[in-house]
Design a protein. Sequence first.
Length: 177
Amino acid sequence: MDEDTKTMLRLKNGDRAAFDELYTRFKIRIYNYVFRYLGNRYSSEDVTQEVFVRMYTSAKSYEPTARFSTWLFTIATNLAINEHHKTRHAELFDDNTVQDNALSTEEHAVFGNMEQNLLKIIGNLPGNQRTALLLRSYEGMDYQEIAAVLQVSEKAVKSLLSRARENVSHEYKNAAM
């Protein structure tokens, strides 16, 4: 059993300090993942907070059937997907919607133009392709973990990643022209 799972079990048993440990360990990873998924700083901050609220409120029912990080990224993925759909739906009905996708000075320094363009392309991928690619490329999850997050087979993950890479490569080449 990995250390994160042990810490979550401590939280399940009422150890409030365990929450702080998990929050400190995962807040930046979760935020970066959600930001790459949504491309919006403010929505990413809100979703990240909600991930940890859900982690805390679900602690009593937590069962370590997979690695803790897989469980937490499943929550983050579901919330990011919901936020993405909500934002897209709102944009369809409100022509005056202005979404703040501008990077702060610090974020621009971190991501740079090439990374920013790549994230835009990834952001336009179909949902499961985007999720699989972000979890593999940025979080280093293996096929089994990604399959657990997406609730698909490992074979499906390999296919999603192949199509995602092909789509990103095609779009990146087109953007460069």
